[in-house]
Design a protein around this ligand. Structure first.
Ligand SMILES: [Zn+2]
Length: 242
């Protein structure tokens, strides 16, 4: 199959899985880096992730302009994707989600988000929190609506896999589409487990050594890719896998 057609289908699969798993709802978006031109990425036009079709996925330049003629509305926050791809050459997939399980950790002044279940050990020890007001003042809509804001968010993400966005959501960087989706499905679960454990009292998070061991896992192994195929079928888009 033509690699661009494959990538378009994979963007649809990622959208459908993350909607079905409630990581995305009517809002939020997920993209893949262009398989042949690393200066571009593929993202749907502005629509709810659960109804994205192959023809809705178009190619964007890093600055958020469409690389092909397009008259349909575009996501206001598409600059998140270009900001991350531009700064992180190894990143092949980007997600922006408003999943509310994460939001308490984006506004807490005392408790930080950290991996407490094995499946998300590879988000790393530090999950930075980006506050749009730090650089852009207290009069923004909190939305990332231009490249300056996208680049500032990517700067906060730095070399991490995930950054929380204060009072808004999070951005996640993946080494592949299946790597991103696997982490994204488990991140809200990690948030719920952590919140419940804090209600019970003291808890134990993954250690630095355990996080390092998770980071050494081969993301192309069948075990780590299993979720992609299973969740795609659950989301009713198994026919796009082939
Ligand atoms: Zn948003």
């Amino acid at each position: 199959m033509d690699p661009i057609e494959r990538a378009r289908r994979d963007v649809v699969i990622a959208n459908r899985i993350l909607a079905q798993q409630k990581v995305l709802d009517a809002y939020g978006h997920v993209s893949l880096r262009h398989p042949l031109d690393p200066t571009k990425y593929l993202l749907a036009v502005s629509m709810s992730p659960g109804i994205v079709e192959v023809e809705d996925v178009i190619v964007f330049n890093m600055d958020g302009t469409p690389a092909e003629p397009e008259t349909r509305p575009l996501y206001l926050e598409r600059f998140i994707h270009g900001g991350v791809y531009e700064k992180r050459p190894e990143v092949m997939a980007v997600l922006h989600s408003h999943a509310d399980d994460l939001l308490p950790f984006s506004i807490s002044k005392t408790t930080r988000f950290r991996p407490v279940i094995h499946a998300v050990g590879d988000i790393g020890e530090d999950v930075p929190v980006w506050d749009i007001a730090d650089r852009f003042g207290d009069g923004t809509s909190l939305l990332v609506t231009n490249m300056a804001q996208g680049r500032d968010l990517a700067g906060c993400l730095a070399c991490n896999r995930m950054a929380l966005m204060r009072g808004h959501g999070f951005v996640l960087a993946g080494l592949s589409g299946s790597d991103l989706v696997r982490l994204a499905v488990y991140i809200p679960r990690n948030a719920r487990v952590l919140m419940n454990a804090m209600r019970m009292g003291e808890y134990k998070a993954l250690s630095r050594g355990e996080i390092e061991a998770r980071l050494q896992l081969d993301i192309t192994s069948p075990a780590l890719k299993r979720g992609w195929e299973f969740w795609a079928r659950e989301a009713g888009c198994g026919h796009l896998l082939d």
